[in-house]
Design a protein around this ligand. Structure first.
Ligand code: ADP
Ligand code: MG
Length: 335
C-alpha cells in the first residue's frame, strides 16, 4: 500500500524538481515545510472548499473535478482583477485511488499551466467518508481594486458569457439519480454539462476591467444573489431587463419559468458581473471582441428607494418579475 508521501511525490510535486520552471516570484515549490514566493505587489488570496456530495457528485469525472477545483478559485482572482501567482491544494481522501488521482491531478495541472498558477504546496490526509478538496490561490493586485462596494448610480450592469446552463445540468443530474432521463433531457445534459463541470475562469477579462469597471463580482452563487451583494455594499439599486439577459443556447426550448430560474438564480456560474460608467460602453464592446467573450449590458444602477429589494427585474412588457429564490446559500433553507 502506497503512503501519503509517495502519493504527493507522484501526483502533486511537479514544482519540486529543479527542471520545472516556477512561476514568476515562486522561489520554492512543493518540497519543504513551506513554499516561498516573492512579489513587489499586493497579494490577493482566496480559498474555496469542494465537498463530495455537496459540490460534486461522487462519480464526476476526476479530470474535470481537478479543473473545477482550481477554476472556482481562479474565478475569485478574476473578480479582483488579480494576476495568478501560485496555489495550494488540500486534499482529504477516504482511500488512495490511483486512477482518480492521476486524472484529478492532470485536470488541475492543465488549468494551472494555462493561467501560470503553479501548485506550490498543500496537505494530504485521510478522511472517513467523503473527498474534500480545498484550494487556496494567490494573485498580484494593484489599486484601484475591483471591489463590490464601488457601483455608482448611472452605471451600466454587464455580465460575461451566457447564463443558465450549469443550473440546468445540475437539475438534470439530480433527476438522473432518481429516474432515467428522456432522450431530449439526455441531449440537453450533453449540451449543458460542460458549463457545470468545466467552467472557464475569466482571468483576462478581470484584468482588463481594471480600467473600466467600478464594481465586479463572480456570480458563483447566482446572478441575483451575487449582484445583490454589489447593490447592498454600494447602497444602490439595480434594474435588470429580462429580455437582455444572455441565455445559454441549449436552454432556448425550455419553458420561460425554468429558463428564468436557471438564468437569474442558478448557481455554479463562473462569469463576471460588473458595473461600469455608461461612457465606457463602447470600450467594453471592443474588449468583448478582443477577448472573444460575450459581454452583455443587462441593466443599470439607479438610486436606492426605501423598502425596495436591491434588484428589480422587468420582463419584456416592462412588468416587474416576481422574485423567486435569489440563489445559492449553503445554510439557508430558502433565500
Ligand atoms: P508538513 O508535514 O509540513 O505538513 P507534508 O509532509 O504534509 O508537510 O508535505 C510535504 C510537502 O508536500 C510540502 O511541501 C507540502 O506543501 C506538499 N504537499 C502535501 N500535500 C500536497 C498536495 N495535495 N498538493 C501539493 N503539495 C502538497
Ligand atoms: Mg502536511
Amino acid at each position: 500500500m502506497r503512503g501519503e508521501f509517495d502519493l504527493i511525490r507522484q501526483y502533486f510535486s511537479r514544482t519540486a524538481g529543479e527542471s520545472v520552471s516556477l512561476g514568476t516570484g515562486v522561489v520554492l515549490g512543493v518540497a519543504d515545510d513551506c513554499a516561498i514566493f516573492s512579489s513587489h505587489h499586493q497579494i490577493a488570496t482566496s480559498k474555496d472548499l469542494l465537498v463530495e456530495g455537496q459540490h460534486f457528485f461522487s462519480d464526476v469525472d476526476p479530470f474535470t473535478l481537478g479543473h473545477k477545483a482550481l477554476a472556482v478559485n481562479l474565478s475569485d482572482l478574476a473578480a479582483m482583477g488579480a494576476s495568478p501567482i501560485a496555489c495550494l491544494l488540500g486534499l482529504a481522501l477516504p482511500r488512495i485511488d490511483e486512477q482518480w488521482l492521476s486524472a484529478f491531478s492532470k485536470g488541475f495541472y492543465q488549468l494551472s499551466d494555462k493561467y501560470h498558477c503553479p501548485l506550490i504546496g498543500g496537505d494530504t490526509t485521510k478522511s472517513a467518508h467523503d473527498i474534500v478538496i480545498s484550494v487556496t490561490v494567490f494573485g498580484e493586485v494593484s489599486p484601484p481594486y475591483l471591489m463590490r462596494n464601488k457601483a455608482k448610480v448611472g452605471d451600466i450592469i454587464w455580465v460575461s458569457g451566457a447564463l443558465g446552463a450549469a443550473h440546468t445540468a445540475l437539475m438534470l443530474l439530480f433527476k438522473s439519480q432518481e429516474q432515467a432521463l428522456s432522450p431530449q433531457e439526455s441531449l440537453l445534459l450533453v449540451h449543458t454539462r460542460q458549463a457545470l463541470e468545466c467552467p472557464e475562469p475569466r482571468i483576462m477579462l478581470g484584468q482588463s476591467l481594471k480600467s473600466l469597471a467600478n464594481a465586479v463580482i463572480d456570480i458563483s452563487d447566482g446572478l441575483l444573489q451575487d449582484l445583490g451583494h454589489i447593490m447592498e455594499q454600494s447602497h444602490v439599486h439595480a434594474y435588470l431587463y429580462e429580455e437582455k439577459l444572455p441565455i445559454a443556447e441549449a436552454l432556448r426550448s425550455l419553458p420561460t419559468t425554468e429558463v428564468r430560474e436557471a438564468v437569474l438564480s442558478g448557481g455554479d456560474v463562473y462569469e463576471l458581473c460588473f458595473t461600469a460608467p455608461a461612457k465606457f460602453s463602447e470600450d467594453i464592446g471592443i474588449l468583448a471582441k478582443h477577448l472573444g467573450i460575450p459581454l452583455t449590458a443587462i441593466g443599470e444602477v439607479v438610486q436606492v428607494s426605501k423598502g425596495e429589494p436591491t434588484i428589480t427585474v422587468f420582463d419584456r412588457f416592462h412588468h416587474k418579475v416576481k422574485m423567486m429564490k435569489k440563489g445559492f446559500d449553503h445554510f439557508a433553507s430558502s433565500v
